[in-house]
Write a protein that binds this ligand. Structure first.
Ligand code: GRF
Length: 185
């Protein structure tokens, strides 16, 4: 599979550290230079940065080319919306990990939004990527309790501990089924 990242890449690191016969990472692609790319390079995985361009359609085409022909694509902290050209090629085999219990708190500020709303429980969702923002079919979810005194950073870190385990669990359960992924959890 190919992993897409934008930031520190701690989820990617856990994915890399738990590779076994059930999955292998063949490439890591980012929209900018980031720690995730450095982690992949340190692990000897091919990397490519497809810098975000003003013409999003053109950028999506370049992303498709960079990703190549894997069985699956995992968006692990990739902070960009994947467009039509990408989904035409990879819908059904692209999954994303999101730091909230969808359908609550979609979007780029899920942890902040959950705290601001005042929920007592949030969590992690792994889902298929479709054309909406975090609207694709849910594969797996795990709860995380909000603690008194939590701020965005402390809550996000506890969610990420759960996300790191959950994404590996999902990847180990994934099977290639034609052009799609079947994940029975
Ligand atoms: C995760 O919480 C992911 O769900 C969100 O960004 C974070 C990525 O963390 N979209 P990292 O870059 O893997 O440390």
């Amino acid at each position: 599979m190919v992993v897409l990242v934008s930031g520190t890449g701690s989820l990617l690191q856990n994915i890399l550290d738990h590779q076994d016969d059930s999955y292998r990472v063949v490439k890591v692609v980012a929209d900018k230079e980031c720690q995730g790319i450095e982690r992949a390079a340190a692990a000897g995985i091919p990397t490519e940065v497809v810098a975000l361009a003003e013409d999003r359609e053109e950028w999506n085409h370049r992303l498709v080319t960079a990703v190549g022909s894997p069985d699956a694509v995992v968006s692990a902290g990739f902070m960009r919306i994947l467009g039509a050209a990408f989904l035409e090629r990879f819908e059904g085999r692209t999954i994303n990990t999101h730091p909230a219990l969808l359908p609550a708190f979609p979007g780029a500020h899920a942890v902040r939004d959950a705290l601001a709303y005042g929920v007592k429980v949030t969590g992690s969702t792994v889902h298929f990527v479709d054309a909406g923002v975090d609207t694709g079919r849910i594969i797996a979810q795990r709860p995380v309790m909000v603690e008194r005194g939590d701020d965005e950073a402390s809550l996000h870190e506890r969610i990420k501990v759960v996300e790191r385990k959950l994404i590996v669990e999902v990847l180990r359960a994934a099977r290639v089924d034609g052009d799609a992924l079947s994940i029975d959890l």
